[in-house]
Each structure stands twice: as C-alpha cells, then as structure tokens.
Design a protein around this ligand. Sequence first.
Ligand code: ADP
Ligand code: MG
Length: 613
Amino acid sequence: MSTPEKHTFQAEIQQLLEIVIHSLYTDKEIFVRELVSNAADAMEKLRFIQSSGEKIQDESLPLKISLTTDDQAHTVTFSDTGLGMTKEELVQNLGTIARSGSKAFLQQMVQQKEKSLELIGQFGVGFYSTFMAAEKVVVSTRSWKTGEQGWIWTSTGTGSFEIEPAEGLERGTKIVAHLKADDHDFSNAHRIETILKRYSSFVSFPLELNGKAVNTVQAIWTRSKSEVKEEEYQEFYQFISHESDTPHYRLHFSADAPLNINSLLFVPKSNIEKLGFTRLESGVHLYCKKVLIQSEAKGLFPEWLRFLKGVVDSEDLPLNISRETMQDSALMQKLNKVLTGRILKMLDEESKSNPEQYAHFYQEFGGCLKEGTANDFLHREPLSKLLRFESSLTEKGKTIGLTDYAARMPESQKEIYYLSAPNRESAENSPYYEVFKAKNIEVLFLFDPRDEFVMENLRQFDSKSIKSCEKSDLSLDSQASGLTDEQALSLTDWMKTFLSTEISNIQSSRRLINSPAVVVDEDPYTSTSMRRMMKAMQRDNPTAMPTEKYRLEINPSHPLIQKLSQQKELQPEIAEKVARQLLDTAKITAGMSEDPRILIQRMHELMEVALSK
Ligand code: ADP
Ligand code: MG
C-alpha cells in the first residue's frame, strides 16, 4: 500500500480554516445542513448525468442520503450515492476555492469572523464549516465515472490534507466527522434529528438517520400548481405554520423575471394579535434551492404583512452579503416589491370574488391593512381599496369599500364623507348626519377609532377628497320655518354674552333637522377626535393643548331653540341654564365629554323647574 499523498490547502482556505476552527460561533449545527445540502447537490448532479444517458458506476445504486451517529466513537457520518469525486476533483474541490464571490467573502470573513460564519454555505465554502465541530474529517469517495477508483481524503483542518487510494468503495461520498471534545453532542441521534428537521425537511431525496427514514416534507413550492394536491398543501401549511387548522388564503406562485421566485404563502384563519398578548413576527422563511437561508426572514415583506406564513425560494440570492445587510439589500427590496404586489393583487381579487370570505379575513387582519394604509406610502393606493366600512346605505353589519362608494357617488357629489361613531345607532342619530340623510348622500360609518386616523392619512381616494361629516359645509336646501334671521341673531348674540369664554363662536345652522344644536370644529386640519386624542395624551400638561376653536351652531327651526328665543327675556335665569345645557350636551355628542358634574347639577335644577310648572 502506498503512503498517503500530502497536499497543502490553498492560502485562502488555510485562512478560512483558521477562523472556523477557533470560532466561538454558537450555531455550529449549520455544518449538518451544509453536508446534507452538498449530498443533495451531488445526487441532483448525478440525476442530471443519468438523464443524459452516460454510463454510470454502480448504476442501480438508489439515490439516498444516510446519516449515522456513533456516540461511543463520537462521530457523525454523512453518506450519499451522488456523483462522487475523482482524485483531481478531491484536490480541486476540497482544497481550493475557485469562485470569485467566495474569495471576496473570505476577505470579508477575516474582518467579520463570527458574523459571517452563519452564511458560510452561501459562499461555496460550506464543506469547511465541518471543522467548527470536528477535529478530523475523513472523506471517502468514488466517482460516477466508470474506471475511476475510490479515494480517501483526510484532514485535521490545519494547513494540509492527505489523499490515498481506497478499495471496495461504491459510487458516492461518505464524510466522517470526528467530533471535538466540546462537540460530542453532535453524535447524539436526537440532536442530529432536531437539526435535520429544522434545516433539511425539504431535501428532495430520501433521508435516513441510523437506518430510519427521517420524515421530510416535499418542497411543493417548486412544483407547478396543477401538480400539487389539496392534501399536500394542507400538510405543508400545518408543517410550516405549526397550526392545526386550514389556512384562510393561499398564494402559490412562481416567477422568472425580474427575479427567480418560487413561493408559497398562506394567510391563517385567525389573528393571535387580536388577543392582545403578542405581536406577530414574520412567519415566512427564505430558501435558496430548497435549503433554508433565513427563517422568519425580516424585510421580505412590509411590517403590515407580518401575519403571512410560508416560504420564499429564490435562486438569485447574491454572494457577497451578510445577514445584517441582507434586510436592506437591493435584492430583498426587489423581492419585497414583487411579493407584496402579488399579495395585494390576490387580496383584491378575493375581496371581489368572495366578499363574505373576505369579510372574515378583514375582521381578523383589517387592523394590519389599516396600519399599512396609514404608514406605508408605497402601497397606500392598493391598500385603500381593501378597506371596508359600513355606510348609511348598507345594511347593519354589511360593508363596502371606497371603490364601491366612489362608483355610486352622484355626479353632483364631489367628496367622500365619513362619520366616526361608536356604533351604527349613534351614527344614524348623530346631528352631523342629519343634513346627509336629508340630502340622501351616502356616508361611511367608522366604528373603529383607527379608521379615522387612516382616513386622515389617506385624505384622497380616486382623486376625490375624503372628508369628515363634521367638517363638511353642506347645508339644507330648505329649512322648516323657525326663527327669522333677526331673531336668530338676537338669540346668538345673547348666548355669546355668557358663553364666549367657552366657545369661540355661536351661529345659526343650516345643517340640522332633529337636533337643537351641534358643536363644530373650526380648524380645517384637526378633527374633534384628533383633539380628543391629543387631550388624552396631554392630560398632565394642559398648557400644551392647541387653542381650541369650536363654534356652536343652533337649529333655528327646532322647538327648543324657538322657546329659548321667546324666554330669554321672560325668564333669563332659566333660559341661560338651558343655553349652557345645550352647549354641554352638544359637546358630549361631539365626543368631547367634559367633567359631567356641573352638567348633572344643572340638569337637576332644570328638572325641578319643569316639575314645578
Ligand atoms: P459548494 O457546495 O457551495 O460548492 P462546499 O464547500 O460545500 O461548496 O463544497 C465544495 C465542493 O466540494 C462542491 O462544489 C462539490 O464539488 C464538492 N463536494 C462537496 N461535498 C460533496 C459530495 N457529498 N459529493 C460530491 N462532491 C462534493
Ligand atoms: Mg455546499
């Protein structure tokens, strides 16, 4: 038998090994992923050669990856029946690096060390990660080429490797990792199984651990839609989402341009964020050719799509990139753009083809869409079409979108109107709604406090401005007879004498029918609800409040106002109480509820007067 031939590693490899061997990197387990993915690659290549009809060594040997652990000898072994390596290939592949991207990565690695280790596999140097956990690696291999003999490659990762011929090998490659004292846990079958489940569940060849098949799930996202069965989608969803039910929506799509993408995404049935315990984290994992690159990948989708589950596989992942910059990389942005566009398109189609199912989705995830409409300028327009509201023309509990609203606006109507209210009943009875009801103009009813915030951010839809009913200057075409203009003026002047410290203006209204009075915000840029919010935030610092500018509008045709006008001279004391009460109740209707104690006391006094008549 000849003595082993000694070879030195290429300088860059030596540098790499130096870092790998002395690294304190905690995710050493990735070496398992790398060796399994190399084995899968080797078999993929063999399959390709087979299909070209060439003559192949051990032709009938089935394609399979087998791992064995030996916790006595402290080894873990990776065998495959792939294409194997000739002597020259061994020297070339496991001693040098050819790819330029890999060299650049190595240079970066010298500076970044630990940070770069997790990416080691993406740079065509994954094999060497084995030396993170192994003090010696033995590779036995035999090429697919008939007439080639087998070879054994051995190295401790320090400067050189040895090669010697080997008898009796079958086609393929076997790699034995002799584990370092600190890393004996990798010879524990359970540990390896956990790692396989995490990283290699989608390997498309049979995978065995100590003779037992490891359950793999097919990477169905790379198959065409027509080939995937409903049960397979179901099984896959449960696997990837850790959910036990079915998804609400599914999007399976592939693209080649501008990017290679194979993706399978799901919208779950329910939103756990609604329970208020947690904030969802992205549940979409990034793969490159079926091998996990990053689980729960950040930056693949905008924040408001954090409820999605699934996988995105792209063969276009670049070489010289670290995980820290991955999130901001141009590629991630491109992926994000394409993927988000597809999701928006799907939601739009679903909302039209099956509104009931969409309503269910909206109930769960509408909050996320609102968040996106308010914050994500890039996707605001398509998002705004996905919003849903009840309106004065819908049945209770039924909703419409802005598109429908705009489509049925009469020619004469120029603006889109909404009204914030706690529920449908109070919206329909709101003084702000009266003029709209009289004129038969549709009003969107906003019951979720976030809706108003969204509308204020949106401001426009389909180049029509969106306006709160409180802010509209609509007036009734004709008003029931009531006070004359002079009487009304005399009444408002009188009211100003004692109310001017509380309200900036008082005037006669042309928008009221059933309500005696209403408070209107005079500032065109702030709504009453926004003021309410600011007030709540600045409770401890009242001086920081913006100057309040409200006017009180009174309804000259309302019997109460007419009586007030008559009685202001006859019973000035009671009339003043009534006027003050009118202002306070109008403020309550506007949602600006003040300290109720004064109001209640005054109410009691007025009740007493009423009873003594
Ligand atoms: P990469 O897989 O990105 O090329 P690696 O460092 O993981 O980089 O592997 C280097 C090379 O070694 C591979 O390109 C391949 O040619 C060869 N190789 C590694 N493992 C195997 C294997 N199990 N069977 C055949 N060739 C292998
Ligand atoms: Mg590799």
